[in-house]
Write a protein of this length. Structure first.
Length: 174
């Protein structure tokens, strides 16, 4: 009998590391779609995709050194460090994880910043600043936790029990 370490793989935990580029938001949505469909929870996709998009966008904008006033290609660039092969390789990558523990699904996005997200006062004329309000509206609850060493994880909880949304309103119970 051999002595080895058995690693259990949980089929209801899925993670994806995202390259800090504009395409990361689309990759996060694609990851959410395929994971939720694999779990038979495709009906949750719209809400989870919206929240995942907002959380990944915030990570790109605030944690990876974003520039909102320049061309799109500069959004995720970080100044080069001497001896580094990639401008962002000294940072913890952005990671999205989905965890299904019936009757809930958690969407979690980790990034290298230790600064917690701050919901701004809603300004419906501004081009940005409403993301965390959307996260709050489309999830059951949300929050964040610092990670050991550096970085944080921002999470959103979703009810995975099927229910019919009320016409003209989002799915969160008021």
């Amino acid at each position: 009998m051999g002595t080895g370490t058995a690693i259990a793989v949980d089929p209801f935990v899925a993670s994806c590391t995202l390259t800090p580029r504009l395409e990361a938001v689309r990759s996060a949505r694609d990851f959410a779609r395929s994971t939720l469909q694999g779990w038979g929870l495709g009906a949750l996709f719209d809400d989870v995709a919206l929240v995942a998009s907002e959380l990944v966008t915030n990570a790109l904008r605030h944690a990876i050194g974003a520039s909102a006033d320049g061309p799109g290609d500069r959004l995720c660039q970080v100044p080069a460090q001497p001896g580094r092969t990639h401008p962002a390789d000294y940072r913890t990558p952005i990671r999205i994880s989905l965890v299904h523990r019936s009757p809930q699904v958690v969407c979690a996005v980790s990034d290298p910043s230790s600064q917690g997200p701050v919901a701004r006062e809603a300004d419906f004329v501004a081009e940005s600043g409403r993301g965390l309000h959307l996260v709050d509206s489309f999830s059951t609850s949300w929050g964040w936790h610092p990670l050991a060493g550096a970085g944080k994880v921002v999470w959103a909880l979703f009810d995975a029990t099927p229910e019919e949304p009320t016409a003209g309103r989002h799915r969160r119970a008021v």
